[in-house]
Design a protein around this ligand. Structure first.
Ligand code: NAD
Length: 307
């Protein structure tokens, strides 16, 4: 069954940048977010976008609904709570959770939905707000082939790379492990750049060299120059989401009984940073480095005569 009308719930930093790529293909899209300002401004951009006021209204109008929410508890609430998706879905409809959710909760939600004749796949993304803006996200999709195939036409406009990872929940498992690595990259890159800065190296030059060498990672490539050395500490990826992702990875390690001493040390560093930050609500994920600078007693900056 071809998907004719799409629903999209969660038009925050990522969702608001993803919806226009699908809208540009002409799909009618019904959107909902608890923050109504976010949905109204999107609807003004495309005349095939309709704003709804509940998740159930979105599900009634659509054959498939994408969720791009903070995490699995929000997706559960949206799907099974009051005025939730199950109240509006018809048998055979499909939920596509693109949030970075807890994989074990995804498996449970898929089972609960299946009992109502609703299908589910998980399709979390990597690439950040830039990838969402450019329609070049990496998608990791878990779910039955027949359901995934049905959803591809609405997923392709947002993505550069689409990977199939296995059964429902497997995309979320892979995503959390990607984010574990990206969190550890930040820890390692901050320490290397701090040593170099103290020795008198220019951290910008260090990044340029490392990015063409074997030490290159996502932190040296993306975050350090743009957000740390520039002292902007921006990014579009909230601290709370980053910390949530790290917690999911550690829980996955626990339930799979995997020894992870190095990741556990990294998690302790993130926990210390979380305590030091205090009110994390407005902070970006790169805030980890600000905490590390405080801990180390100096900053990763260009040499004074070069600013
Ligand atoms: P965000 O906080 O900016 O957006 C989430 C949106 O969900 C908000 O607009 C909020 O109002 C809405 N929302 C929350 N609960 C809701 C509910 N029950 N019903 C309707 N709307 C609800 O978050 P984001 O940065 O867009 O991230 C979304 C997901 O994508 C997260 O799981 C995150 O970990 C993941 N992710 C984010 C990035 C990034 O760079 N920001 C990159 C990759 C993956």
């Amino acid at each position: 069954m071809t998907i004719k009308t799409l629903g999209f719930i969660g038009t925050g930093n990522m969702g608001a940048r993803m919806v226009p790529h699908i809208a540009a293909t002409g799909f009618p899209i019904h959107i909902f977010d608890l923050n109504q300002d976010a949905t109204q401004s999107l609807a003004r951009l495309h005349n095939n976008i309709v704003v709804e006021t509940t998740a159930s209204a979105v599900a009634s109008a659509a054959d498939a609904v994408i969720t791009m929410l903070p995490a699995a508890p929000d997706v559960n609430l949206c799907a099974l709570g009051e005025d939730g998706l199950v109240e509006g879905f018809s048998k055979g409809d499909i939920l596509i959770d693109m949030s970075s959710s807890q994989p074990w909760m995804t498996v449970e939600l898929a089972e609960a939905l299946a009992a109502n004749g609703i299908h589910m796949i998980d399709a979390p993304v990597s690439g950040g707000t830039r990838g969402a803006d450019e329609g070049t996200l990496t998608l990791m999709i878990g779910g039955k082939n027949e359901h995934v195939e049905r959803c591809l036409p609405i997923l392709e406009p947002m993505a550069k790379y689409i990977f199939r990872t296995g059964d429902v929940g497997s995309g979320h498992a892979l995503k959390t492990l990607n984010n574990l690595l990206s969190g550890l990259n930040t820890v390692a890159a901050a320490e290397a750049l701090m040593i170099g800065t103290r020795f008198g190296l220019d951290p910008e030059v260090m990044c340029d060299v490392i990015n063409e060498s074997t030490g290159m990672n996502s932190a040296t490539k993306r975050n350090m120059k743009e957000h740390v050395i520039s002292r902007k500490f921006g990014g579009g990826f909230a601290w709370d989401l980053k910390f949530k992702d790290y917690k999911i990875a550690m829980e996955l390690a626990r339930v799979t009984q995997t020894p992870v001493p190095f990741s556990a040390l990294g998690f302790q560093l993130y926990e210390s940073a979380n305590t030091w930050i205090g009110d994390t609500s407005e902070k970006q994920s790169i805030e980890y480095v600000r905490w590390y600078e405080h801990f180390a007693g100096s900053q990763i900056r260009k040499p004074a005569n070069d600013r």
